[in-house]
Design a protein around this ligand. Structure first.
Ligand code: UDP
Length: 250
């Protein structure tokens, strides 16, 4: 699957066309940005690590019946994916208060939420990815109300699967962001990536609010040891085999 022209270059990935119009190639970069690209840097090996972590998690989700865009990994920092039309929404799922939820509501960092919270943000850099109300989302026709309900259900299902999985890795899934796309049949597929760039992940073996951080907050907040944190996530994730449904160990 040889890469052809660049279709899109984002902050962390480059998307290429391939000879097959149904298949795209994603190149994961080491570049890191935060605060709507006001902070820029590089995390050595991030591209390969995020590609491997995402691939493992997409395959896990596929075994649990969640349709994703993942097709394969032709190289360590490359992923082949189904071509989809990305919905201009960032779907954020939160289990524990952190980040913008604390800043905007006053909830204390680390407060466990009674129920997972699903939020929709408008994927629009020029506007700074604002938080949407359901009415604004429908007003802007970013998705239909049936699609919103399907996205919410999928997001909660994915949260359950990933929380259980990261729990086995000794990691708490605090919050994370998902993106979805529509295929030719208008079916919703999980797209983009799931990695320490897009999740808040806390090491369960540390109670220290800085030491426990195993995700991009180390870069955002200049906590140091960013590469080590990503590598720990990679190693713990890859150490957990994916069991196909119905083949549970007796
Ligand atoms: N997130 C992301 N991309 C974004 C915004 C958020 O991947 O453009 C992830 C972020 O890593 C975190 C979750 O979504 O895991 C919730 O982020 P939040 O709204 O708290 O914003 P932040 O504090 O990261 O700016």
């Amino acid at each position: 699957m040889s890469p052809n022209s660049i279709l899109y270059e984002g902050k962390a990935k480059i998307l290429y066309a391939t000879d097959d119009p149904a298949v795209l190639l994603t190149h994961f970069k080491d570049d890191a940005t935060a605060f709507n690209a006001q902070k820029r840097g590089s995390i050595a090996g991030k591209g390969e690590m995020n590609c491997a972590i995402s691939s493992h998690l997409f395959q896990l989700l596929e075994t649990k019946g969640i349709a994703t865009h993942w097709l394969g990994c032709p190289a360590p920092n490359q992923m082949t994916v189904r071509s989809v039309k990305i919905l201009p929404l960032e779907v954020v799922i939160r289990n524990i208060a952190a980040g913008s939820l604390c800043q905007q509501t006053g909830l204390p960092l680390g407060q466990v939420l009674k129920e997972p919270l699903v939020e929709f943000y408008y994927k629009n850099d020029a506007l700074g990815d604002p938080l949407l109300t359901l009415d604004r989302l429908l007003l802007l026709e970013l998705a239909t109300s049936a699609q919103v309900e399907e996205l919410r259900q999928k997001a909660l299902q994915i949260n359950q699967i990933l929380s259980d999985f990261f729990g086995k890795c000794g990691i708490t899934l605090v919050d994370f962001k998902l993106e979805f796309g529509l295929d030719q049949q208008q079916s919703i597929l999980l797209a983009d990536e799931i990695s320490p760039d897009t999740c808040r992940l806390w090491n369960q073996s540390s109670a220290d609010p800085e030491q426990r951080v195993l995700d991009k907050d180390r870069f955002r907040r200049d906590l140091g040891n960013v590469e080590d944190a990503y590598r720990q996530v990679l190693e713990r994730v890859l150490a957990q085999p994916i069991q196909p449904e119905g083949e549970a160990m007796l």
